[in-house]
Design a protein around this ligand. Structure first.
Ligand SMILES: Cc1ncc(COP(=O)(O)OP(=O)(O)O)c(N)n1
Ligand SMILES: Cc1ncsc1CCOP(=O)(O)O
Length: 308
């Protein structure tokens, strides 16, 4: 295999079926290195539809993997943390840990929904209360923290990290655009868990540098809940993300409902986050029971396969 073009084509051919998305309209690629594998891999990742910053991360990882293994292997997608420059564990600056299997994860619009879903037996819940009214935020966060007392639910608070610390929540969930405004040292010092959103390689690596308690990945499928900046990732990419981020508890989010659970769980994530599958269900408690039963059945089948 000689030219960049042939190397790029070999990568695309090997991974198109599982990782390819329709490439966006783009200008000529920008290369930050002359290294042949880097250049071929950058071209290939762009051709597979990865956004520029993700293609750049992947291309450097391909180059590092090739140097480490001593040969260029187009079929092997990079998934070794060291090829992406990730630090080894344990890490002294890591946030408090949470279980690897966070299970069904309900993302909910107010404290009343948190009460309802915690009582219905959802193991992980999030208050995603979108309001600029500080008093209303404080009230909802306190009510949500009270609501999970006496249940087994772990409560994460979206965005409102100060109120979460003040009320003693289990953890905080932040998006990447929230990071600049949050005092991460205060969250860590208070012992709260930190969950971070990610939408691809560059954001996963940025999240990893902060050693959070879990990493969320999405949107896996199209969602109507919010406008997403990136295309739905699909379960092929989700599985590649999960292989790289295997040291973390992982949460998949975006457009997931009962019918899609097996293929999402097969990617290796330990948690499925949903909004509409519960909030828009005709009978939310029954929907919880069904989703939990489907997840348990899937896990039991995997255990049986591993034992045989
Ligand atoms: C479990 C989980 N994953 C992702 C998100 C999205 O969070 P964010 O990126 O902060 O976007 P908004 O929720 O604020 O719209 C989440 N809330 N929970
Ligand atoms: C908040 C959020 N972040 C990424 S996708 C998403 C919405 C998920 O909602 P749904 O489960 O209804 O698609």
């Amino acid at each position: 295999m000689t030219s960049h073009h042939d190397m790029a084509q070999a990568i695309v051919s090997a991974h198109q079926a599982t990782l390819g998305l329709t490439p966006q309209v783009r200008t000529a690629p920008a290369f930050s290195s002359e290294a042949p594998v880097y250049r071929a891999a950058k071209q290939a990742c762009l051709d597979l539809g990865f956004i520029e910053i993700d293609a750049e991360c992947l291309a450097h990882a391909w180059q590092a993997m090739t140097l480490r293994t001593g040969h260029f292997s187009p079929a092997d997608w990079p998934a070794d943390p060291q090829d992406f420059g990730m630090r080894a564990w344990p890490r002294p600056d890591a946030f408090a840990s949470c279980p690897k299997q966070l299970g069904l994860y309900a993302v909910l619009p107010d404290a009343a929904w948190v009460v309802r879903m915690a009582r219905a037996g959802v193991p992980t819940v999030q208050l995603r209360f979108k309001s600029g009214d500080a008093q209303a935020v404080e009230r909802e966060v306190r009510a949500a923290v009270e609501a999970v007392k006496g249940t087994d639910a772990r409560l994460f608070i979206n965005d409102h990290w100060q109120a979460a610390i003040a009320a003693g929540a289990y953890g905080v969930h932040l998006g990447q655009e929230d990071l600049g405004a949050a005092d991460l040292s205060a969250i860590r010092a208070a012992g709260l868990r930190l969950g971070l959103s990610s939408h691809g390689y560059a954001e996963m690596l940025r999240a990893d540098r902060l050693s959070p308690s879990y990493i969320a990945m999405g949107a896996v499928f199209p969602t109507t809940l919010k406008q997403m900046a990136t295309a739905p990732q699909g379960t092929g990419r989700l599985a590649a993300y999960a292989r790289l981020m295997r040291d973390y508890p992982l949460v998949a989010i975006g457009g997931i409902d009962g019918g899609k659970l097996p293929e999402v769980l097969a990617s290796g994530v330990g948690s499925i986050a949903v909004v509409r599958a519960l909030v828009a269900a005709a009978q939310p408690e029954a929907a919880v029971a069904k989703l939990k039963a489907e997840m348990q059945a899937w896990m039991a089948t995997q255990e049986a396969i591993q034992m045989s």
